[in-house]
Write a protein that binds this ligand. Structure first.
Ligand SMILES: *[C@@H]1O[C@H](CO)[C@@H](O)[C@H](O)[C@H]1NC(C)=O
Ligand SMILES: *[C@@H]1O[C@H](CO)[C@@H](O)[C@H](O)[C@H]1NC(C)=O
Length: 394
């Protein structure tokens, strides 16, 4: 009696193991197979469209010049006492803390996101650099600086790759409206616009009330035998004028109180007028000679004639963090964010925040009423400073 019971028990366990192995095999195999075709990892998308919050705000974090290397690349221009324990990971930590502190609705990376010459794998560097934005599941977008392409990807490859990263709203170039494909008759890579709609459930819920323009300011160039930086070309300005016009067709005028619809622009290299410095006003710190192209392609003239771009956010010069007003358009530096970028020891890395706020009417939102900005430095308290109003609806 007893031995037959043991025997049945043994048989039972044997059967159990066989069945388990049988299913386990499927699990393992299918997992492998799925990697090859079924389970293609799809890009994760943020909630779209971009829109203002119910409290009437839309907050952008500008991150300029992360200069990311491998993740372990050493810091430049920090105090001797800080050097030993400082790497790209400090840039990552700073970005995480900024996201936690500000809870932005969107992050704009304004170029030199990676420092190409310090990494043998552009893809890996990009994943690490933008990692905190993806981990926070925040919509984000990037343009290129002059160093991003110095590794294993061309500028075209970089923008395609960046556009496919999780939660990224970056685009290689604008879609050709007739052919539904990426425009080829535009210079550079990373010219596109993003539209922000009104708060959920409001009467502005289906309307674009803020535009964000992104432009590729190039890398380096040789002009008449002189080495200089890149610049925004006429093909790009022509696209910009067209996009602005399309946003501001008269048929929309009756629908929003703020007209033309306010816009912000983001690119990397400053324009020549910032160097010559004919500012109406300057706010913030100006510690470094402005490094721009010797070619003036008429960006300021275009922006002034368009009338909708209220402020432009740039990078490139890490020791400048000021906003200066040229002919009614604000140009604001983000200030160097990344630890592997050059800086000044004892002058903390910094980032900029931009907030657009809707104007409240008697009973409903009236469209964008003001645009504010401030910065934070990477100290223990992420000290906030230089808060200023860039534009208000008059
Ligand atoms: C970099 O991060 C490490 C580890 O969190 C920290 O100990 C160090 O103080 C940071 N250095 C700087 C310059 O922020
Ligand atoms: C916005 O569009 C949605 C979906 O088409 C619609 O249900 C809603 O009523 C629209 N809201 C306004 C204010 O037009």
């Amino acid at each position: 009696m007893q031995s037959s019971q043991t025997w049945i028990q043994a048989l039972f366990y044997l059967a159990l193991i066989t069945v388990s192995l049988y299913f386990l095999q499927f699990y393992i195999l299918s997992d492998r197979l799925m990697v090859s075709h079924h389970k293609v990892t799809l890009k994760k998308h943020p909630n779209l469209p971009l829109r203002f919050n119910s409290d009437g705000t839309f907050k952008i974090l500008q991150v300029a010049d992360m200069h990311y290397g491998t993740g372990l690349t050493r810091c430049r221009d920090v105090l001797t006492s800080e050097f030993e324990w400082c790497s790209d990971l400090n840039t990552t930590l700073f970005l995480k803390r900024m996201i936690d502190a500000e809870k932005p609705d969107f992050i704009a990376f304004t170029g030199d996101n990676i420092f190409g010459s310090s990494t043998n794998d552009a893809a890996e560097s990009l994943f690490k650099a933008f990692g905190p934005a993806m981990a926070a599941r925040l919509p984000w977008a990037a343009v290129l600086g002059n160093h991003d392409q110095e590794s294993t990807m061309t500028r075209e490859e970089l923008m395609s790759f960046i556009s496919l990263m999780d939660y990224s709203l970056s685009q290689p170039n604008p879609l050709d409206p007739t052919k539904q494909q990426v425009t080829t008759n535009i210079d550079g890579f990373g010219n596109y616009d993003l539209r922000v709609r009104g708060p959920p459930g409001s009467h502005l819920a289906n309307q674009t009330i803020l535009n964000l323009f992104f432009l590729d300011s190039g890398d380096r160039a040789v002009v008449d035998g002189f080495k200089t930086y890149g610049w925004i070309k006429e093909s790009q300005l022509s696209w910009l004028r067209g996009a602005s016009k399309e946003h501001n067709q008269e048929k929309y005028e009756s629908e929003v109180s703020t007209f033309p619809i306010p816009s912000l622009a983001f690119f990397h290299i400053p324009i020549p007028e910032i160097r010559s410095g004919q500012f109406r006003e300057v706010f913030g710190q100006y510690h470094e000679h402005v490094a721009c192209s010797m070619v003036n392609s008429g960006v300021l003239k275009t922006l002034v004639s368009m009338g909708d771009v209220k402020a432009v956010f740039i990078g490139h010069d890490h020791l400048n963090d000021f906003c200066g007003n040229l002919d009614g358009v604000w140009f604001c530096y983000g200030g160097g964010f990344g630890y592997h970028g050059y800086g000044r020891a004892g002058w903390p890395r910094r980032g900029r925040v931009i907030v657009a706020e809707l104007k409240k009417g008697k009973s409903e939102w009236m469209g964008v009423g003001s645009i504010k900005t401030w910065k934070r430095i990477d100290d223990k308290k992420l000290t906030k400073f230089d808060e200023q109003i860039l534009w208000t609806l008059s």
